[in-house]
Design a protein around this ligand. Structure first.
Ligand SMILES: *Cc1c(COP(=O)(O)O)cnc(C)c1O
Length: 395
């Protein structure tokens, strides 16, 4: 069979036609429960009326001008995001990788401004920051990097959730200017660090005048039960990147910065043709409106607890289940064996969309608008499918 699409994805044999909240319907009219939200993108679920109306109204008014001109919607979205995050300024991009590119460029300019000629950023094992050359070089996954050498220089890698390694790296390398880290590693298997890890990273960055740069592309916009995951620690980073849920499916990313980091990019140093155009900003503004109006961030916290309790009750003592962990609506069920086949099984048998990452972690990222009934259906159906899988794949 000829295929006009480059083979970047192995696709499941289903095509969705429409959605509503956490429901999706395929071409045959079969209904599915979406526990993945397009990988943490559609936090408000599918076809949210407020977002749909904002997009269609803006499309009928003005989609794009250029960053050569004033864009009021971008300015007002920037005001809201910086206020929510207690940051000073923002640069808008179109994706998470691009938001991280902006962060990496800020760190390098910051280093050069301090007279460091080869500025180096500390990154983590098992991290994920995107697929562009700089962000795949920052990513801690050989599968993402293999074949793309030479990689971008200027990164040193340490284990995640390990303050000692950070201290050692600090002493060994005079060129360090920043730490780039996810508050919870998403692609890395819903890896949740010790409760005070980010506080210690903050302290270390203060002591050494490094930029603390948080990749909140997956954790941001209410996903973990607070607007931003670092708020669980009561800290503020110097740089934070957002994307995924920011536009509920309309491509938009953001790199926010505070203090010295906020004043680094100047005309000519960075840019984007599409970044922060009126359409994307109208969508993101509607997302923030809705998160606030429907109190979906606290809803994410309580729903997350309901799901964790439910899965622990049904699977906690199941042989083959190593750990059930989560923070808000970022939930991982770790098995003792590779379980990629569960994605297809859940889709075909349970009509549920899930994901498996890091080989043996079932990852759930349901929309924040999931109802209690949908949560209970997810727990019951998926627990059954996992039990069957564990019995059938017994060694
Ligand atoms: C998805 C993701 C990215 C990459 O975002 P894209 O929009 O696909 O470029 C970067 N960092 C994290 C933590 C992510 O989850």
């Amino acid at each position: 069979m000829t295929d006009s699409l480059m083979a970047t994805y192995k696709r499941l044999p289903v095509c969705f036609e429409r959605g509503e909240g956490a429901w999706l319907w395929d071409e045959n009219g079969t209904r599915y429960l979406d526990a993945l939200s397009g990988i943490a993108v559609c936090g408000l679920g599918h076809a949210h009326p407020t977002v749909a109306q904002a997009i269609s109204q803006q499309a009928e008014t003005l989609i794009h001008t250029s960053n050569l001109y004033e864009i009021k919607l971008q300015r007002s979205l920037g005001d809201r995001l910086t206020r929510l995050a207690k940051m000073d300024r923002v640069f808008f991009s179109n994706s998470g990788a691009e938001a991280n590119e902006a962060a990496i460029k800020i760190a390098r300019l910051y280093g050069h401004s301090k007279g460091i000629e080869t500025p180096t950023i500390i990154v983590m094992e098992n991290s994920f920051h995107g697929r562009t050359m700089a962000t795949l070089s920052a990513t801690g996954n050989r599968k993402v990097q293999a074949g793309f050498e030479p990689l971008v220089q200027g990164f040193v890698r340490v284990p995640f959730n390990d303050i000692e390694s950070l201290n050692t790296a600090a002493q060994a390398n005079k060129n360090i200017v920043a730490i780039l880290v996810e508050p919870i590693q998403g692609e890395g298997g819903i890896a949740i660090p010790a409760p005070d890890y980010l506080n210690k990273v903050r302290e270390l960055c203060n002591q050494n005048e490094w930029l603390m740069m948080l990749d909140e592309v997956q954790t941001g916009m209410g996903r973990t039960g607070l607007m931003f995951a670092h708020q669980h620690n009561g800290i503020v980073p110097d740089v934070m990147t957002l994307a995924k849920a920011l536009g509920n499916g309309v491509p938009i990313g953001a790199c926010l910065a505070k203090g010295a980091a906020a004043d680094i990019l100047a005309p000519g140093t960075h840019g984007s043709t599409f970044g922060g155009n009126p359409l994307a900003c109208a969508a993101a503004s509607a997302v923030i409106d809705t998160l606030e109006k429907e109190q979906l961030v606290t809803r994410a916290a309580s729903l997350g607890n309901r799901l964790l309790d439910g899965f622990r009750e049904r699977l906690g003592h199941q042989e083959g289940v190593k750990e059930i962990r989560g923070c808000g609506l970022m939930i991982g069920i770790e098995l003792d064996r590779p379980c990629g086949d569960l994605v297809g099984a859940a889709l075909m048998l349970g009509k549920i969309l899930i994901n498996v990452t890091a080989d043996n972690v079932i990852r759930l990222l349901p929309p924040l608008v999931l109802t209690d009934e949908q949560a209970d259906e997810l727990i019951a159906t998926l627990s059954g499918i996992i039990k069957t899988f564990l019995q059938q794949s017994k060694q």
